[in-house]
Design a protein. Structure first.
Length: 218
């Protein structure tokens, strides 16, 4: 993920006021200095924090006119466009970014989400397959693919991916309960109980899983 730092301001100001003050400072700097992509990226970051999506998009557009391959501008313009539900525009920017940086994890995952939003589930799955291939140690990639596979009724594939997510992040209860939930839907209660017991042995507090133990009894 790209990080765009904001101008540092006194801690006692509220968050929104801090970002508005940041914009004031940045506008002054932009007006008095030669072109600086960094300043425009900082200004856009403040716009994002204030949920001023269109203002942020306009700033990123300025950066991209000067630097068409600027990865931060492409990624965060797509992010802003998703909030405005301009999914086709977001998809275009993410595709462009992945042409230059094919291993960019956040961009590929974000593209998969956008494709799901517009109903292109198989294309989304293709993106998540690539994410898994490029980032074999990412529990997030396996979990996102499992969620989509479940939505697409590919239950065996989803079960495998939940298992891999658990292996890669063994103390995250979210992956355990998602895995167990699917097993319960499939009426595989004994197996679900084994998954819960294994999670407790790994160190996940049993109290966090009591609801799921109860479901295994029904």
């Amino acid at each position: 993920m790209f990080t765009v730092l904001a101008v540092q301001l006194p801690a006692q100001t509220t968050d929104n006021q801090r970002w508005r003050d940041s914009l004031t400072v940045l506008n002054r700097l932009i007006a008095t200095q030669p072109w600086s992509a960094d300043l425009h990226l900082r200004k856009a970051a403040a716009n994002l924090q204030l949920k001023q999506w269109q203002y942020a998009i306009d700033e990123y557009a300025q950066v991209l006119r000067k630097e068409p391959r600027n990865p931060a501008a492409l990624f965060y313009r797509a992010y802003a466009n998703t909030h405005l539900r301009h999914f086709d525009l977001a998809r275009n920017d993410l595709n462009d970014l992945l042409l230059y940086l094919p291993s960019h994890f956040e961009a590929r995952i974000s593209l998969a989400v956008v494709l799901q939003q517009i109903g292109h589930k198989q294309e989304a799955l293709d993106q998540l397959n690539q994410a898994v291939q490029l980032h074999v140690d990412s529990a997030v990639a396996y979990a996102m693919r499992a969620n989509l596979e479940r939505d697409m009724k590919q239950d065996d594939a989803a079960l495998y991916d939940w298992q891999r997510a658990e292996q890669l992040s063994p103390l995250d209860p979210t992956y355990v309960v998602s895995h167990v939930d699917l097993l319960l839907v499939l009426e595989r209660r004994t197996e679900a109980r084994r998954v819960l017991d294994a999670a407790v042995r790994r160190g996940i507090p049993r109290g966090m899983l009591l609801e799921w133990y109860e479901k295994c009894k029904r």
